[in-house]
Each structure stands twice: as C-alpha cells, then as structure tokens.
Design a protein around this ligand. Structure first.
Ligand SMILES: *Cc1c(COP(=O)(O)O)cnc(C)c1O
Length: 349
C-alpha cells in the first residue's frame, strides 16, 4: 500500500471536549463545531465520538453539512447552521431538523414564511462584520424575533486567539448591549473565547479547533498523526538534484527517500526545501519541491532504512507545520487529503 496513513485519535478528541467543558462553569453548556467535515477529520465519526463524550449541540457552516451529522447522531441532538436559512435550504432544514442561525431580516422573513414554528436561532454582528444582524437591523426585528422564541442568540469574536486584544472586551460589551433583557440562551465564544474566561462563556460555548488538538488551546491532546510510506531509496552524488525544477542540488553525496504524499494530499508546496519529516526522534529534511504525489527526503543520517516517515506526530504538530508554511492549524487540518488510508484509533483520553 502506497497511501499515507492518517490516524485520528477519537479518545484524544473526546478528552479535549471534556477539558474545554471543564473550563466553564457547570451551568454552561459546551457545544461542538463540526463544520468543514469535522475540520477535515470526518464529521460523522467526530460527531459520534463527541456525542458519546456528552456533547448535545452541534454546529455546521452550511445546511448541506447537516446531513452527515444528522445521520451520525440520529434525531436527538441539536444541529445549528451558522450560514442561517438561505434560499434552497428550506427542505434540508425541515427534513434534517436543522436550526438555522438567522443572520438578516431577509433570512428571518424567509424562515418565518417557509417554516413557521420551526426552531431557529439569531446571529448578531458584534463587530466582526462577517455574519449576523447589525445593531439597527436587530433593533427593528428584535420584538418579532423574540416573540417566536429563538433557541439561541449568538455572536462571534474576531480576535479571541489574542488574549489581550482590545477587540475582545469591545465585542463583549456590544453583545451584552444587544442582548440585554432577552430571555434567551446566549453564546459568544469559540475555542479562543473559552480561554478568555467566564465573562465570555454565557450559556453555551462553541469550540471547534481546540477539540481537534490545535492552537489556541495549548493544553489540547494531539488528535492527528500522519505517516507517509517510503516508496524508494536512492544514493545521489555531488552535483545531482532532487525533484521538479532542480530546486535542490547537493554539494555532497546523499541518501534520499521518496515518500508517498504531496500537494494533492494537502501537503502544501510551501514545505518545499523547508519542511522536515521525522523518523522517530530524528528530523529528516525535505529535499526539493513537494510534487503532487511524492516528496524527496534526506535520510543520509539515519542508521536504518525507514519504512515510513512521520509528517504530523509527536515532534511536529499541525501548528508547527502551519508555522513553517505561514498559515494556521485550521487550514492544515481542513486540507488533509482524501487519498490517505484513515484509521480511527482509540488511544489516550
Ligand atoms: C468556526 C466557528 C466556531 C469554532 O471556532 P474555533 O476557533 O474553531 O473554536 C465557532 N463559531 C463560529 C461562528 C464559527 O464560524
């Protein structure tokens, strides 16, 4: 078998959910965000593991993502949709029993006309200017919306991964002001907001990235390991090159392993001549460009010939790779390829 091996530790995932759940007071519910196919790890598997850990309220980005989650969870748990009620969503919202977070007067009108009596939530814009009703819009429909009993009123923080950012208290104050006197459960915080402390927790939190083992939840257990099989080994001489474009040329003899995995698997070309893979505790530099399916790796210094090399593991987290390539853990996870053979291990936690 020449495909990379992606191992997803569902016990570590469940343990991360419990840790974030313990970070807030006992009256605060902890939800789970499983958008983007569970941050690339399989929304159904992830949702089932989190439900077993105790999660009852799940969030997806778009109604289409609700299908796999509903199928995995059965009829009980709430599944809410951040993008709200778009035209064309009505049947899915009804059939899958999804709760749209209504983002505008248009969505509110559409929802009330298409599915009167069907549960909904409200998303408010407290300053991020991405989704949700602005203060004036909210003021105009607030009484009508509240009369129909929204399940949740939520907003989202723009800078919660920076503890001391002045935007955090500013959005907190705005959210307080916009929801004053509303007798409806409220939610403001994703992973970053949970770590800002109890003022930010309200009635329900919505962690995503922390569950999957990445920053800003520094105490998270790692959830993902990625091992790439070595397909071929060769010795190269001074003056020889490795890979497309001859971007790496050696000035001394080297032993080179060609591993299976490339940018088609979400291993970004930004790692070319820059990233490392690991043989146990020993780093092995990437030589030349990452190609679509293959990567050249320097194993000159290894005593034994490895059968596989680790890209994501104990010595190199999703965040480490993000740092090397100038992105964030979220992007590394959601780009993980579909070609890997995936196994859902139960390990720690
Ligand atoms: C993605 C998202 C979350 C989860 O955020 P994390 O930073 O992954 O914890 C919560 N709420 C909203 C509105 C989101 O878009």
């Amino acid at each position: 078998m020449a495909t990379g091996k992606l191992t997803i530790d569902l016990d570590a995932l469940a343990s991360n959910w419990r840790s974030l759940d313990r970070a807030s007071a006992s009256g605060v519910q902890t939800g789970a965000v499983v958008k983007a196919n569970g941050y690339g790890l399989d929304a159904g598997r992830v949702a089932r593991a989190l439900a077993a850990a105790g999660a009852r309220r799940f969030f997806v980005a778009v109604a289409e993502e609700g299908a796999a989650v509903r199928e995995a969870l059965g009829p009980g748990p709430d599944i809410s949709v951040f993008s709200g009620h778009m035209s064309g969503d009505t049947e899915m919202i009804h059939d899958l029993n999804l709760i749209p977070m209504l983002n505008s007067v248009d969505q509110l009108t559409r929802h009330f006309e298409a599915l009167p009596g069907h549960p909904f939530g409200i998303q408010l814009d407290s300053g991020m200017n991405r989704l949700g009703m602005e203060p004036a819009e909210w003021a105009a429909v607030r009484d009508i919306a509240l009369a129909s009993g929204p399940r949740l009123i939520m907003s989202h923080l723009a800078c919660a991964d920076e503890q001391d950012h002045e935007m955090n208290p500013r959005q907190l104050a705005m959210f307080e002001e916009m929801t004053e006197g509303c007798d409806v459960p409220r939610s403001l915080s994703a992973t970053g907001g949970i770590l800002l402390g109890p003022d930010y927790h309200f009635d329900l939190t919505r962690p995503g990235i922390g569950l999957y083992g990445a920053r800003p939840f520094d105490d998270a257990l790692a959830v993902v390991q990625l091992d790439l099989p070595v397909i071929q080994i060769r010795e190269i001489l001074r003056g020889e090159s490795v890979g497309y474009g001859n971007s790496f040329v050696t000035d001394h003899p080297l032993r080179v392993a060609t591993v299976s995995g490339g940018y088609a698997d979400g291993i970004t070309r930004d790692l070319s001549n820059k990233g490392v893979l690991w043989d146990g505790d020993t780093p092995c530099p990437i030589l030349g460009r990452v190609s679509m399916d293959l990567i050249g790796v320097d194993i000159t210094h290894l005593r034994d010939t490895p059968r596989e090399l680790t890209l994501i593991g104990p010595h190199q987290s999703v965040d480490d790779i993000a740092d090397t390539t100038g992105t964030i853990g979220y992007e590394i996870l959601t780009q993980l390829g579909r070609r890997y053979s995936r196994s859902y291990a139960r390990g720690r936690g």
